[in-house]
Design a protein around this ligand. Sequence first.
Ligand SMILES: Nc1nc2c(ncn2[C@@H]2O[C@H](COP(=O)(O)OP(=O)(O)OP(=O)(O)O)[C@@H](O)[C@H]2O)c(=O)[nH]1
Ligand SMILES: [Mg+2]
Length: 207
Amino acid sequence: MADKDDAADIKIVMLGGGGVGKSALTLQFVKGEFLSTYDPTIEETYRKTMEVDGLKSVIEIMDTAGTEQFTALKEIYMKAGNAFILVFSLTHLGSVNELGELREQILRLKGRKVPLILVGNKSDLKADRQCPQEVGANLSRLWGKIPYYEASARKGTNVDEIFEDAVRQCRAMETSTQLDKKKRKEGLAEIRGKGRMGLDSKKCVVM
Ligand SMILES: Nc1nc2c(ncn2[C@@H]2O[C@H](COP(=O)(O)OP(=O)(O)OP(=O)(O)O)[C@@H](O)[C@H]2O)c(=O)[nH]1
Ligand SMILES: [Mg+2]
């Protein structure tokens, strides 16, 4: 986590196909505005201080491009990210298929479990819906019960909740990593202690 005032505590990366609403979700969260025009993203970074469970965190959101030509940038973000929001559009079944490869790429690059959140966006467009709730629910189960939200960047439905969940998951992971480190340290100390005892007892035998 951050050791400088200007460094973000948590870096969240928005990923998903083109036009699914990554930028709209990000802007709704950061500025409380809905982006109605479609201007494909190359890359944008936003910063926001948010309070979750009474604790403040500075978060940085990396909004990536859904289009394939910016793959190299995506890798840089994936390496830097602490949490990943995988977005598809509830109005486009094909957008679900783009997420599997992105998830595999994240896991490959990070080499360990990372906070992932699945989002089906555009829930306000009820008449155009192509993905029933089970599509997201099944995928979430398949990927180890990662949280699944149906959201609308237009209406602001579940937008704050997605980012709060990401922050909570990052904090939980940080705590468990620290606990693991502490346990490892204690384990090492115990082994060293035993080693010393062993040496001492040997000494006694020699004496
Ligand atoms: N009705 C509705 N439209 C949405 C919603 N979210 C995004 N859109 C629209 O969908 C279009 C694409 O949204 P963007 O946020 O630009 O999509 P993106 O995922 O950032 O796309 P790329 O930057 O190309 O990867 C825009 O016209 C948005 O206004 C939503 O929740 N509801
Ligand atoms: Mg965008």
